[in-house]
Each structure stands twice: as C-alpha cells, then as structure tokens.
Write a protein that binds this ligand. Structure first.
Ligand SMILES: [Zn+2]
Length: 106
C-alpha cells in the first residue's frame, strides 16, 4: 500500500487525506496518464462521482463523449449530434457530482 498523501484539496482547500481522481473518469475512457490524474480529498472525490464539467468536457475526445452519452442515455440517446446541445442535456440529467466550474458549494 502506498503511503497516504495528505495536503490541501484543490477543490475545497481542506487539509485532508487525498485520493487519486481521474479527471476524465475511466468509465468514459479516461486513462492513467499523469495529465488525467489529480488528487482530491475523499469527500470531494465522492461528491464528484462521474461528474463532468465544462472544463472536463472540453478535454474529452469524441469517443469519450460517445461513451458518456451512452452512459447517460443508454440505447435511446437524444436525437442530436450537436455536442453543445448534448452537453446541456447531460447537465439536465444531473449525473452524480456534476457541477459547473463556477459553482463552489464545498
Ligand atoms: Zn476537498
């Protein structure tokens, strides 16, 4: 077991034990590259869930977005290929942990 990392959480600023978070969640095809990893405290990581915000969305490939679309809508996706519209639909679905980057509630 790796030694637990402690430090200020980049989301809430509290000094806590930090856990590794995949910026683009693995379930949507995010990898283990250093660019896709960051440390968050456990509560922030849990709250985030598979949440996607506009920053993360802008980093996702078409393939990763397609996985997210399927995860949110299953086999009956909305009839749009417009990613901007689709993003708004995904926001409305309120996937766990979703937050717009300008909203800080912790
Ligand atoms: Zn935190």
């Amino acid at each position: 077991m790796a030694k637990p990392v402690r430090g200020p959480c980049p989301t809430c600023g509290r000094n806590r034990r930090l856990t590794v978070d995949h910026i683009i969640p693995q379930v949507f095809g995010g990898d283990n590259s250093p660019e896709n990893l960051r440390f968050l405290c456990e509560p922030c990581n849990t709250r985030r869930g598979h949440g996607i915000d506009e920053t993360v969305w802008s980093r996702m490939s078409a393939d990763q977005k397609a996985k997210l679309k399927h995860w949110c809508f299953g086999d009956s996706p909305p009839l749009t290929e417009d990613w901007a519209v689709l993003f708004e639909e995904i926001v409305k679905k309120r996937i766990p942990g979703f937050r717009r980057p300008d909203v800080r509630n912790c």
